[in-house]
Design a protein around this ligand. Sequence first.
Ligand SMILES: NC(=O)c1ccc[n+]([C@@H]2O[C@H](COP(=O)([O-])OP(=O)(O)OC[C@H]3O[C@@H](n4cnc5c(N)ncnc54)[C@H](OP(=O)(O)O)[C@@H]3O)[C@@H](O)[C@H]2O)c1
Length: 268
Amino acid sequence: MNLEDEQIGILGVGSMGRALALGLCNAGFAPNKLMLCDKAQELASNTATELGARSVASSALLAEKSDIVIIAVKPGDVEAALKNVSITDQLWISIAAGLTISKLHSYLSKEARIIRAMPNTPALIGEGATSFVLGKKTKESDKAIASTIFSSVGKVWEAPSETLLDAVTGLSGSGPAYIFVLIEALADAGVREGLPREAAQLLATQTVVGAGILARESDKSPADLKDQVSSPGGTTIAGLGALEAAGLRSAIYRAVRAATLRSKELAN
Ligand SMILES: NC(=O)c1ccc[n+]([C@@H]2O[C@H](COP(=O)([O-])OP(=O)(O)OC[C@H]3O[C@@H](n4cnc5c(N)ncnc54)[C@H](OP(=O)(O)O)[C@@H]3O)[C@@H](O)[C@H]2O)c1
Protein backbone atom coordinates (compact mmCIF):
# COMPACT_ATOMS: atom_id res chain seq x y z
CA MET A 1 0.00 0.00 0.00
CA ASN A 2 1.38 3.37 -0.97
CA LEU A 3 0.50 6.13 1.47
CA GLU A 4 2.22 8.88 -0.47
CA ASP A 5 -1.02 10.49 -1.65
CA GLU A 6 -2.44 10.59 1.85
CA GLN A 7 -2.14 13.38 4.39
CA ILE A 8 -1.77 11.81 7.82
CA GLY A 9 -2.68 13.74 10.97
CA ILE A 10 -1.62 12.58 14.42
CA LEU A 11 -3.73 13.84 17.30
CA GLY A 12 -1.65 13.68 20.50
CA VAL A 13 2.13 13.66 20.32
CA GLY A 14 2.91 11.73 23.53
CA SER A 15 4.83 8.44 23.62
CA MET A 16 2.66 6.63 21.08
CA GLY A 17 1.90 9.54 18.76
CA ARG A 18 5.60 10.32 18.58
CA ALA A 19 6.50 6.64 18.01
CA LEU A 20 4.08 6.42 15.11
CA ALA A 21 5.32 9.70 13.60
CA LEU A 22 8.95 8.50 13.83
CA GLY A 23 8.08 5.04 12.55
CA LEU A 24 6.29 6.42 9.51
CA CYS A 25 9.17 8.78 8.66
CA ASN A 26 11.76 6.02 9.18
CA ALA A 27 9.74 3.78 6.87
CA GLY A 28 9.99 6.40 4.11
CA PHE A 29 6.70 8.27 4.50
CA ALA A 30 7.20 11.86 3.32
CA PRO A 31 7.37 14.04 6.46
CA ASN A 32 5.74 16.94 4.66
CA LYS A 33 2.57 14.81 4.39
CA LEU A 34 2.52 14.39 8.14
CA MET A 35 0.73 16.81 10.43
CA LEU A 36 0.88 16.85 14.22
CA CYS A 37 -1.40 18.32 16.84
CA ASP A 38 -1.13 18.34 20.62
CA LYS A 39 -2.67 20.31 23.46
CA ALA A 40 0.91 21.37 24.15
CA GLN A 41 1.42 23.27 20.89
CA GLU A 42 5.15 23.65 21.48
CA LEU A 43 5.54 19.87 21.74
CA ALA A 44 3.72 19.41 18.43
CA SER A 45 5.71 22.14 16.66
CA ASN A 46 9.08 20.98 18.07
CA THR A 47 8.41 17.37 17.03
CA ALA A 48 7.20 18.55 13.62
CA THR A 49 10.38 20.60 13.12
CA GLU A 50 12.53 17.65 14.19
CA LEU A 51 10.86 15.43 11.57
CA GLY A 52 10.32 17.98 8.81
CA ALA A 53 6.56 17.63 9.32
CA ARG A 54 3.95 20.31 10.00
CA SER A 55 1.91 21.10 13.07
CA VAL A 56 -1.51 22.65 13.54
CA ALA A 57 -3.03 24.35 16.55
CA SER A 58 -6.33 22.48 16.84
CA SER A 59 -7.89 19.07 16.29
CA ALA A 60 -10.51 20.76 14.07
CA LEU A 61 -7.78 22.00 11.72
CA LEU A 62 -6.02 18.64 11.83
CA ALA A 63 -9.22 16.82 10.84
CA GLU A 64 -9.95 19.32 8.10
CA LYS A 65 -6.52 18.90 6.50
CA SER A 66 -6.01 15.14 6.95
CA ASP A 67 -7.12 12.09 4.95
CA ILE A 68 -6.22 9.85 7.88
CA VAL A 69 -6.36 10.93 11.52
CA ILE A 70 -4.61 8.83 14.15
CA ILE A 71 -6.17 9.42 17.56
CA ALA A 72 -3.32 9.08 20.07
CA VAL A 73 -4.55 10.96 23.12
CA LYS A 74 -5.44 9.24 26.42
CA PRO A 75 -8.85 7.51 26.35
CA GLY A 76 -10.32 10.05 28.76
CA ASP A 77 -9.24 12.95 26.50
CA VAL A 78 -10.69 11.58 23.25
CA GLU A 79 -14.20 13.01 23.59
CA ALA A 80 -12.91 16.55 24.27
CA ALA A 81 -10.28 16.28 21.52
CA LEU A 82 -12.96 15.35 18.94
CA LYS A 83 -15.54 17.90 20.07
CA ASN A 84 -15.22 20.47 17.27
CA VAL A 85 -14.01 18.32 14.39
CA SER A 86 -15.95 18.17 11.13
CA ILE A 87 -16.43 14.75 9.69
CA THR A 88 -15.84 14.56 5.97
CA ASP A 89 -14.39 11.42 4.44
CA GLN A 90 -11.37 10.95 6.68
CA LEU A 91 -10.26 7.57 7.99
CA TRP A 92 -10.06 7.65 11.81
CA ILE A 93 -7.61 5.28 13.48
CA SER A 94 -7.88 5.19 17.26
CA ILE A 95 -5.26 3.63 19.50
CA ALA A 96 -7.05 4.67 22.69
CA ALA A 97 -7.17 1.65 25.01
CA GLY A 98 -10.64 0.36 25.82
CA LEU A 99 -12.51 2.86 23.66
CA THR A 100 -14.92 0.85 21.51
CA ILE A 101 -15.74 1.57 17.89
CA SER A 102 -19.33 2.22 18.91
CA LYS A 103 -18.18 4.85 21.43
CA LEU A 104 -15.96 6.42 18.77
CA HIS A 105 -18.96 6.57 16.39
CA SER A 106 -20.86 8.43 19.10
CA TYR A 107 -18.03 11.02 19.30
CA LEU A 108 -17.63 11.31 15.49
CA SER A 109 -20.63 10.23 13.42
CA LYS A 110 -22.46 7.02 12.54
CA GLU A 111 -20.95 7.16 9.08
CA ALA A 112 -17.32 7.76 10.09
CA ARG A 113 -14.71 5.30 8.79
CA ILE A 114 -13.12 4.03 12.00
CA ILE A 115 -10.35 1.56 12.77
CA ARG A 116 -9.53 0.63 16.35
CA ALA A 117 -5.99 -0.52 17.06
CA MET A 118 -3.98 -1.72 20.06
CA PRO A 119 -0.21 -1.21 19.72
CA ASN A 120 2.35 -1.71 22.50
CA THR A 121 5.35 0.27 23.78
CA PRO A 122 8.11 -1.49 21.79
CA ALA A 123 6.58 0.49 18.89
CA LEU A 124 8.86 3.23 20.26
CA ILE A 125 11.83 1.33 18.79
CA GLY A 126 10.04 -0.10 15.74
CA GLU A 127 9.42 -3.49 17.42
CA GLY A 128 5.79 -3.10 18.39
CA ALA A 129 3.01 -5.65 18.16
CA THR A 130 -0.27 -4.12 16.95
CA SER A 131 -3.69 -5.61 16.39
CA PHE A 132 -6.44 -3.68 14.71
CA VAL A 133 -10.07 -4.18 13.85
CA LEU A 134 -12.04 -2.54 11.06
CA GLY A 135 -15.21 -0.58 11.78
CA LYS A 136 -18.30 -1.35 9.68
CA LYS A 137 -18.05 1.82 7.59
CA THR A 138 -14.46 1.30 6.47
CA LYS A 139 -13.55 0.72 2.82
CA GLU A 140 -11.62 -2.26 1.49
CA SER A 141 -8.48 -0.10 1.05
CA ASP A 142 -8.55 1.06 4.70
CA LYS A 143 -7.24 -2.28 5.91
CA ALA A 144 -4.06 -1.87 3.83
CA ILE A 145 -3.64 1.67 5.19
CA ALA A 146 -3.75 0.44 8.79
CA SER A 147 -1.38 -2.44 8.00
CA THR A 148 1.10 -0.08 6.36
CA ILE A 149 1.01 2.43 9.23
CA PHE A 150 1.45 -0.13 12.00
CA SER A 151 4.00 -2.20 10.04
CA SER A 152 6.18 0.91 10.18
CA VAL A 153 6.53 0.33 13.95
CA GLY A 154 6.54 -3.48 14.14
CA LYS A 155 4.38 -6.51 13.43
CA VAL A 156 0.64 -6.39 12.76
CA TRP A 157 -2.33 -8.73 13.13
CA GLU A 158 -5.84 -7.88 11.95
CA ALA A 159 -8.32 -9.13 14.53
CA PRO A 160 -11.52 -10.54 12.99
CA SER A 161 -13.65 -9.23 15.85
CA GLU A 162 -13.47 -6.26 18.21
CA THR A 163 -14.09 -8.47 21.25
CA LEU A 164 -10.64 -10.04 20.69
CA LEU A 165 -8.95 -6.69 21.38
CA ASP A 166 -9.39 -7.32 25.13
CA ALA A 167 -7.30 -10.50 24.83
CA VAL A 168 -4.80 -8.59 22.68
CA THR A 169 -4.56 -6.00 25.45
CA GLY A 170 -4.03 -8.81 28.00
CA LEU A 171 -1.30 -10.42 25.90
CA SER A 172 0.70 -7.95 23.82
CA GLY A 173 -0.65 -4.64 25.18
CA SER A 174 0.30 -5.48 28.77
CA GLY A 175 2.91 -8.10 27.79
CA PRO A 176 5.99 -5.84 27.76
CA ALA A 177 5.51 -5.30 31.52
CA TYR A 178 5.46 -9.07 32.14
CA ILE A 179 8.72 -9.40 30.21
CA PHE A 180 10.35 -6.50 32.09
CA VAL A 181 9.54 -8.35 35.33
CA LEU A 182 11.05 -11.52 33.85
CA ILE A 183 14.26 -9.66 32.90
CA GLU A 184 14.46 -8.09 36.34
CA ALA A 185 13.93 -11.45 38.06
CA LEU A 186 16.52 -13.19 35.85
CA ALA A 187 19.06 -10.48 36.66
CA ASP A 188 18.31 -10.62 40.40
CA ALA A 189 18.62 -14.41 40.32
CA GLY A 190 22.00 -14.09 38.58
CA VAL A 191 23.19 -11.64 41.25
CA ARG A 192 22.03 -14.10 43.91
CA GLU A 193 24.24 -16.73 42.27
CA GLY A 194 27.24 -14.38 42.44
CA LEU A 195 27.23 -12.44 39.15
CA PRO A 196 28.00 -8.71 39.19
CA ARG A 197 24.78 -6.65 38.76
CA GLU A 198 25.83 -5.09 35.45
CA ALA A 199 26.75 -8.44 33.92
CA ALA A 200 23.54 -10.07 35.19
CA GLN A 201 21.47 -7.23 33.69
CA LEU A 202 23.25 -7.48 30.33
CA LEU A 203 22.97 -11.28 30.18
CA ALA A 204 19.32 -11.32 31.26
CA THR A 205 18.26 -8.65 28.75
CA GLN A 206 20.21 -10.12 25.85
CA THR A 207 18.88 -13.61 26.62
CA VAL A 208 15.30 -12.35 26.33
CA VAL A 209 16.08 -10.35 23.17
CA GLY A 210 17.97 -13.25 21.56
CA ALA A 211 15.35 -15.86 22.47
CA GLY A 212 12.60 -13.56 21.21
CA ILE A 213 14.29 -12.95 17.86
CA LEU A 214 15.09 -16.65 17.49
CA ALA A 215 11.47 -17.57 18.20
CA ARG A 216 10.31 -14.99 15.65
CA GLU A 217 12.82 -15.92 12.91
CA SER A 218 12.85 -19.70 13.35
CA ASP A 219 10.49 -22.02 11.54
CA LYS A 220 10.40 -24.18 14.70
CA SER A 221 7.75 -23.72 17.40
CA PRO A 222 8.79 -22.34 20.83
CA ALA A 223 8.23 -25.84 22.22
CA ASP A 224 10.68 -27.33 19.69
CA LEU A 225 13.26 -24.62 20.41
CA LYS A 226 12.94 -25.38 24.13
CA ASP A 227 13.32 -29.13 23.54
CA GLN A 228 16.47 -28.51 21.48
CA VAL A 229 18.28 -26.95 24.45
CA SER A 230 17.01 -29.42 27.07
CA SER A 231 19.34 -32.41 27.05
CA PRO A 232 18.40 -35.41 29.21
CA GLY A 233 19.55 -34.94 32.79
CA GLY A 234 21.10 -31.57 31.89
CA THR A 235 21.11 -28.12 33.46
CA THR A 236 18.28 -26.59 31.40
CA ILE A 237 15.75 -29.33 32.15
CA ALA A 238 16.65 -28.96 35.83
CA GLY A 239 15.83 -25.24 35.57
CA LEU A 240 12.63 -25.95 33.63
CA GLY A 241 11.58 -28.44 36.31
CA ALA A 242 11.90 -25.70 38.91
CA LEU A 243 9.81 -23.31 36.76
CA GLU A 244 7.08 -25.94 36.40
CA ALA A 245 7.09 -26.61 40.15
CA ALA A 246 6.73 -22.87 40.79
CA GLY A 247 3.78 -22.65 38.38
CA LEU A 248 5.27 -20.24 35.81
CA ARG A 249 2.88 -21.30 33.02
CA SER A 250 -0.13 -21.02 35.25
CA ALA A 251 1.03 -17.57 36.47
CA ILE A 252 1.24 -16.40 32.84
CA TYR A 253 -2.22 -17.77 32.01
CA ARG A 254 -3.57 -15.93 35.04
CA ALA A 255 -1.79 -12.67 34.17
CA VAL A 256 -3.21 -12.61 30.63
CA ARG A 257 -6.70 -13.51 31.96
CA ALA A 258 -6.56 -10.77 34.63
CA ALA A 259 -5.46 -8.09 32.14
CA THR A 260 -8.07 -9.23 29.59
CA LEU A 261 -10.85 -9.03 32.19
CA ARG A 262 -9.65 -5.60 33.31
CA SER A 263 -9.70 -4.40 29.71
CA LYS A 264 -13.32 -5.58 29.38
CA GLU A 265 -14.21 -3.81 32.63
CA LEU A 266 -12.63 -0.55 31.48
CA ALA A 267 -14.47 -0.69 28.15
CA ASN A 268 -17.76 -0.90 30.02
N1 LIG B 1 1.74 3.97 25.90
C1 LIG B 1 1.32 2.72 25.65
O1 LIG B 1 1.93 1.70 26.00
C2 LIG B 1 0.08 2.48 24.87
C3 LIG B 1 -0.18 1.21 24.32
C4 LIG B 1 -1.35 1.02 23.58
C5 LIG B 1 -2.23 2.07 23.40
N2 LIG B 1 -1.95 3.27 23.97
C6 LIG B 1 -2.91 4.36 23.80
O2 LIG B 1 -2.28 5.41 23.12
C7 LIG B 1 -2.86 6.64 23.53
C8 LIG B 1 -1.75 7.60 23.85
O3 LIG B 1 -0.99 7.07 24.92
P1 LIG B 1 0.40 7.73 25.31
O4 LIG B 1 1.04 6.82 26.28
O5 LIG B 1 1.13 8.15 24.08
O6 LIG B 1 -0.17 9.04 26.08
P2 LIG B 1 0.59 10.41 26.36
O7 LIG B 1 2.06 10.20 26.38
O8 LIG B 1 -0.07 11.01 27.56
O9 LIG B 1 0.25 11.30 25.07
C9 LIG B 1 -0.98 11.88 24.82
C10 LIG B 1 -0.75 13.32 24.35
O10 LIG B 1 -2.01 13.85 23.92
C11 LIG B 1 -2.12 15.19 24.44
N3 LIG B 1 -3.51 15.61 24.49
C12 LIG B 1 -4.42 15.47 25.50
N4 LIG B 1 -5.60 16.02 25.14
C13 LIG B 1 -5.45 16.54 23.89
C14 LIG B 1 -6.30 17.24 23.00
N5 LIG B 1 -7.55 17.54 23.33
N6 LIG B 1 -5.81 17.59 21.80
C15 LIG B 1 -4.53 17.31 21.45
N7 LIG B 1 -3.67 16.65 22.26
C16 LIG B 1 -4.11 16.27 23.47
C17 LIG B 1 -1.47 15.07 25.79
O11 LIG B 1 -1.18 16.34 26.34
P3 LIG B 1 -1.19 16.50 27.94
O12 LIG B 1 -0.15 15.57 28.47
O13 LIG B 1 -0.86 17.94 28.12
O14 LIG B 1 -2.57 16.12 28.42
C18 LIG B 1 -0.23 14.23 25.46
O15 LIG B 1 0.82 15.03 24.95
C19 LIG B 1 -3.78 6.32 24.72
O16 LIG B 1 -5.12 6.38 24.34
C20 LIG B 1 -3.40 4.92 25.12
O17 LIG B 1 -4.52 4.18 25.61
C21 LIG B 1 -0.81 3.51 24.67
